[in-house]
Structures are given as C-alpha cells and as structure tokens.
Design a protein. Sequence first.
Length: 371
Amino acid sequence: MKIETIAIHAGNHNDESSRAVIQPITMSTTFVREADGSFPAGYIYSRSSNPNRTSLENVLTKLEGGTDAAAFSSGNAAGMSVFQTLKPGTHIIGPDDMYHGLRNQIKNLFANTLEFDFVDINDPAVLAAHIKPNTELIWVETPSNPLLKITDIKAIVDTARKYNIKVVCDNTFATPIGQQPLALGADMVMHSSTKYFGGHSDLMGGALITAQKNEWWAKIRQVQEMGGAIPSPMDCYYLTRSIKTLPYRVKGHIHNAQLLAEYLENHPKIEQVMYPGLLSHPQHATARAQMLNFGGMLSFCVKGGSDEARKVVNKLQIFTQATSLGGVESLIEHRASVEGPDTKTPHNLLRVSVGLEHIDDLIEDLTQALD
Ligand SMILES: *Cc1c(COP(=O)(O)O)cnc(C)c1O
C-alpha cells in the first residue's frame, strides 16, 4: 500500500457491534473479565493499552515502516522514555543544535546518571573523536531545529554499527511523508505528534517507532506502561483522524515552503535563507538523496540584528508569532528568545512553520512586513 492509503486505513477499523465506519472512542479505563479471569479482547486497563492507542500505534508503525510503535503524551515524554532505558553511566552523543527541550532534559534530568556530548555529528572526525567505550546511543535530528541542517542518516548509521551503537532519529520536522529513517538504517524514530501528526495546533503527543521488537524495545514498552506518560483515548482518536490527511497536508506545506524560501532568498533585506530545498543550502545534495521532499519548515536571517528581525515579526498580519510548528496556520518566531540565554541561534533568525494559507497571501504579508 502507498502512504496515502496507509494514513487513511491503518489507524481505523469498522466497529463490529454498531457497524460504525469510524472506530469509536473507548473512554473506559478498565475492561470486563471472562468467568475464567481472562481478557479475550486483550485489554485490561487503559494505562497498559487502549483500543484507540492501539489503532494510533498501528498507523504510526506502518507510516514509518517499523515493526511496532509506542504513543506518549508528548514528544518530550517519548524522548525521556528512550533515555530512561539506558543504564547509569551510559554515554550519549547528540547534535550540537539538538531540539533544546530534549537537550535540556538530558542536561538537567539525567545529569547524575548519563554522560553526554552535544557535538557537530555531521563532521565524521568530530563524531569519531567523541565515541567512547560506554557510548550506546547517537541521537540524530534532521532537518535540525532551527538551522535546518541536514544529517546524513546512513553515514551516522554506518559509523554507529562499527561500534555497536544505537541510532535514534527525531523525524518531527520531516514526517514519514518526507523521510524514512528506519529504511536508512536507524534503530528507532521519535516524533513530537504535537506537530505535523496533530497538524492543527490543538493536541500534545509523542511517539517512538522501532525497526525491531528487541530487548531494548521491551524496555521502552515498560517505561511507557509503568511510567504512564500515555496519551488519552481522545488524543489518540484526534491523532488517527488528523493522520488521515497528513500526506496531503504535507504536500501543501512543501509547496508553500519552497515558494516562500525562493521569494525570501531574492529579497534584498534578507541575509540568508535556510531551507533544504534551495540549491544554496550547503547540504542540498544530501537532502535530495535521503528525503522524499524538503519539508515545511524554514528559517531566515534578516539583515541587521535582533531589533530588525523582531520588527518584521510584529508587522506580519497572517503569520502568527508563536512557537511550535506543523499546524495548518503559518507561525513565525524569534527563535533565540525562545531558546534562552545559552542559545547559539543567530539573533536575527526567524523560524517559520509554513502553513496551508494561499501562497500569494503569505508572500504579500511578508512583502509588506519587510518593506
Ligand atoms: C516539539 C519538538 C519536540 C518535543 O515535543 P513536545 O510534543 O513539545 O514534547 C521534540 N523534537 C522536535 C524536533 C520538536 O519540534
């Protein structure tokens, strides 16, 4: 089956009892036992599993081409579950511009139990220099946030294999419509479902999808069930509903993002545009080779500094100044101020989540704001 078909059918089944076309939302926290104490439908208690979560996990597994998926209450909860499976003293290598929320999670919550280095993993020499006997995980995030740097997933996997190191890829920006990290050799994919999966800026969620149901995956399932950071049946329902239109929403996002990137690149007040679909992107060739499309996220630097960048944001009418991404509405933010004082993000950088409004309206709005 092609991905558009999977998105619509893999997270839904007709209800046997009512003949409803759309799977109902099972709010029940608990399930009836048979006389012999068994649970013939496989459900016992909703922290362990729930029909709506099962359907969500099914569609996520198939979209990423994995063997199983685990849904969480947020992207950070999904990331946290990975780090919680690592034994104390384990060393992690992450990218130097790793999503700040997860980088801060490792630095703060795992400061006493895990060792970590955040380095330029795109430089093979730098990566090799940081691998230690206790390195068990390389974290990849591509395209990266907010610089849209591209990491060659296959190259990282090749290095990791030599040292028996696992690779997890945060695929939030690309979505499975834009990139399939498991097919490139990654062991696990992580998502903030809050973003493109949800797609309407109205729910929080996270997910992990695994290439193999191995011992490590069993530990992830334990953290999910015993840790309890699970999404509600309502949120699982909304996610399976939104995922049905994901392939078509992504088509709209990438169409607008490419045109907007080209417009900005030719604007005299813009210093630089970061979008992997531009020929000027330093890793355009890598992006072309490993991605199915270039995604709906871009960043640009306004000539001048922080003040000039903020002025542009404040003049925009259609773009909303807000953090987050992946919704139908275009969002823009001054990223350095979101990331806080230790950020390495340029202070004239604006990050855009390109929405599904008409491209002419988006360009017109930017034109008046840059004027
Ligand atoms: C938002 C985001 C996360 C964290 O997800 P939450 O749902 O906010 O917890 C992780 N990685 C990336 C790339 C993100 O954009």
